[in-house]
Design a protein around this ligand. Sequence first.
Ligand SMILES: NC(=O)C1=CN([C@@H]2O[C@H](COP(=O)(O)OP(=O)(O)OC[C@H]3O[C@@H](n4cnc5c(N)ncnc54)[C@H](O)[C@@H]3O)[C@@H](O)[C@H]2O)C=CC1
Ligand SMILES: Nc1nc(=O)c2c([nH]1)NC[C@@H]1CN(c3ccc(C(=O)N[C@@H](CCC(=O)O)C(=O)O)cc3)CN21
Length: 296
Amino acid sequence: MKIADILKKKMTFSFEVFPPKEKQPIEPLINTLNQLYQFQPDFVSCTYGAGGTNVGRNMEICHEIKKAGMAIPMTHFTCISNTREGIKRELEEYISKGVENVLALRGDIPSGWEDTRGDFQHANQLIAFIKENFPDMGIAAAGAPEKHIQCDTFEEDIAHIRMKQDAGADFIMSQLCYDLEQFERWVEMLRKAGIHLPIVVGVMPVLNKEATLRMTLSMNGCSIPRELAEIISRYYNNPEDFKKAGKEYTIKQIFRYMNLGVNGIHIYSLNKYEDVSEIVQGAGWRKNLDQKVILR
Ligand SMILES: NC(=O)C1=CN([C@@H]2O[C@H](COP(=O)(O)OP(=O)(O)OC[C@H]3O[C@@H](n4cnc5c(N)ncnc54)[C@H](O)[C@@H]3O)[C@@H](O)[C@H]2O)C=CC1
Ligand SMILES: Nc1nc(=O)c2c([nH]1)NC[C@@H]1CN(c3ccc(C(=O)N[C@@H](CCC(=O)O)C(=O)O)cc3)CN21
C-alpha cells in the first residue's frame, strides 16, 4: 500500500530507524522494532544512517519490517554512487521483498566528494526515474523547512521541491525543524509555489546533546529556538537531566505540530525503545497496549 493513500485518510504516525554498523548484530534493532510495533505505526522507514554509511543492511532491515507484518516499510534511497542500472536492480529487489515505498533523496555528499558520483545529481531526477520504471511505487521527497544548507535562497530551494512534485513524489518528508513559526512560514511558501503534497514532519527526539548539536548545527543548518537553547545550556554537563528536559520538550513539540495540522508525525527513533516509548505515550499518541513483546 502506498503511504500516500493512508495520508488521504488520516494523520499518520511513523518511526525511522537506521541499520546497525557493519559487524554489529542486527538483533538489538529487531528487538527495538518489535517494541515499537506496539504503538501501531502506520509505517517505519529505514535510513542509511547519517552520512550514507551502512547502506548494505538497509534492505535486510526493510525486509524484516515487512516480514513482521506490523507496519509498512519505507526505504530511504539516495543518488550517492548509484547508477541507473544499479538503482533498477536494487529497487526490483526491494519490490520483490514487498517494500513498495521509497524516500527518494539526493543524500549527503561524503566529505571530499564533488558530487554524487552516480548517474543522478538531484533528487528530482531520481524521482522521475523511479516513477518511470516503477510506477506503482510510493515516493516520498525530502524538504527542509529552514531550506537546504547548500541552497542560498528559499525561492530556489522551494522551486526544487516543486520539481520533485512535478517528477511524481506523493508526499513530503520534512527535515527536522525545532522552529515551528519557521515551519508555518515554509508551508505557506510551499502552497504559494503550487506545492499541494501532504507534509509529514520529521521529529528528532532531544535525548543527547552531542547528537542534537550534530544534526542541527553541524549537519543541516537547523536553528535552535530559545526554549531548546536553554535546555542545552542548563544541562550542558548533565546528560541525565538533559535527557529528561529534552523528552518533555519533544512531547511539547509533537503537540505543537499536531495542532498545526501537519499530515503526519515521523519520529526518528534513533533505534531507542524506552525513551521513544515515553515520548509517544507522553504525547498521548498511542497507549502502550501492555502486551509483552507480541511478535514472532
Ligand atoms: N528522514 C530523512 O532521512 C530526511 C533526510 N533529509 C536529508 O536532507 C537532505 C536533502 O534532501 P535531498 O532530497 O537529498 O536533496 P535535494 O536533491 O532535494 O537537494 C540537495 C540540494 O540540491 C539543490 N537542488 C535540488 N534539486 C536541484 C536541481 N534540480 N538543480 C539544482 N539544484 C538542485 C537543493 O536546493 C539542495 O540545496 C539529504 O541530506 C537528506 O538526507 C531531509 C529530510 C528527511
Ligand atoms: N543531512 C541529513 N542526513 C540524514 O541522513 C538525515 C537528516 N539529515 N535528517 C533526517 C534524518 C535523521 N537522521 C539521523 C538522525 C540522528 C542520527 C543519530 O543521532 N545517530 C547517532 C548514532 C549513530 C550510530 O550509532 O550509528 C549519533 O550519535 O549520531 C542518525 C540519523 C538521518 N536523516
